[in-house]
Write a protein that binds this ligand. Sequence first.
Ligand SMILES: *[C@@H]1O[C@H](CO)[C@@H](O)[C@H](O)[C@H]1NC(C)=O
Ligand SMILES: *[C@@H]1O[C@H](CO)[C@@H](O)[C@H](O)[C@H]1NC(C)=O
Length: 397
Amino acid sequence: MHTLLFPEKRSKSSMNCKGPWKLKKWLVILNILVVSLLSSSSSACSFPAVYNFGDSNSDTGSASAAFGRVPSPNGETFFGRPSGRYSDGRLIIDFMADKLGLPYLNAYLDALQPNFRHGANFAVAGSTIQPGNGELFDAGFNPLSLDIQLLQFEQLKARTNEFYNQAKSSQIKSTFPRMEDFSKALYTLDSGQNDLHFWLTTIGEEQAKASIPSIINQFAMAIEKLYQEGARTFWIHNTGPVGCLPLFFVEDTPQPGNADQNGCIKSYNEVAQEFNKQLKDRVSQLRTQLDDALIIYVDIYSAKYTLISEAKKLGFVNPLEYCCMHTEDSHASCRQRVIVNGTEVNGVSCEDPSKYISWDNIHYTEAANHWIANRIMDGSLSDPPIPLNETCQKLLL
Ligand SMILES: *[C@@H]1O[C@H](CO)[C@@H](O)[C@H](O)[C@H]1NC(C)=O
Ligand SMILES: *[C@@H]1O[C@H](CO)[C@@H](O)[C@H](O)[C@H]1NC(C)=O
């Protein structure tokens, strides 16, 4: 294109005279503008960064860094070692990063060589939307709830700003976010499953339903806070079919009449559906309130439930079975090491994790996560229905 606009042949007058040279300079600038406009409208969408919040569905290492390393055989399929994720391999957020052409997100709490140039992951396994308290801790959940994750984000942003004004080494700077990227980044959230899990196993279905409005409020406050911090593009997952987690079948089977056609606990899934309905309503309110933001609600419940319903057809074993366990004690969770005869031992993986939907009776396998990610990224389960890789362009139009 440059050769078209600037033939090698130069006229004498343009060599000697200031006027035409100025014109040429403007043509260069115009040319650059045209080229960049053309390429931005035809190439793939590019977010400079992703900031993620949530629980173990998208934790890439924060709980592992804070509360003890996620043990083997987690990570065996893709990373070949524990990677801070509760799965044999990648999570949905990893497949999303791939699709966006970004590296896998570093966990905010991981102190060893973090690189936040393309975002950070604040999600923590075992966290809730509701602020942590003694009851939640006793039940095995942790204090790094959504409000705390937001404080961490605000701190990352504020301290990055200070750092940029002081730092001299550009090499160190290159591992920090760019200040101007915060408003251009994608903000992803996947939280609420642990709130439901806690209620369902403590106060029961009816009270769980009654508690939903208050956590939806807390969730909406988080979105508003992020918006105030400059976030403009949101990708929000609803919550999955909690009643299909094999965890609940380890010690009990559903009451007669309380199982759906897949054997999942019907009353638990109804609570998840009620949560999702209220979340969706609230997200549409937020859309009118924050009218220069793009807020996408993603029905991950449907993706997961379809996978479970079509498990056989898709080549998976019974969806209520799971891959990783302790052979000595099938009730012990593969998420932890257990002591057998005075020695700590890891759980044992099944022969072929890619045949299972559930990895450890709560978390999904890499194969399942891959399928679910493909199902949601094309936008067909989203409101508004925008594919992930075209999301950043929509905000500009
Ligand atoms: C988004 O992804 C789909 C499916 O992979 C592809 O067909 C489409 O061209 C992509 N869009 C852009 C803007 O890259
Ligand atoms: C634990 O030790 C007992 C007694 O030595 C032995 O019978 C048992 O097999 C051991 N269990 C395992 C899982 O190694």
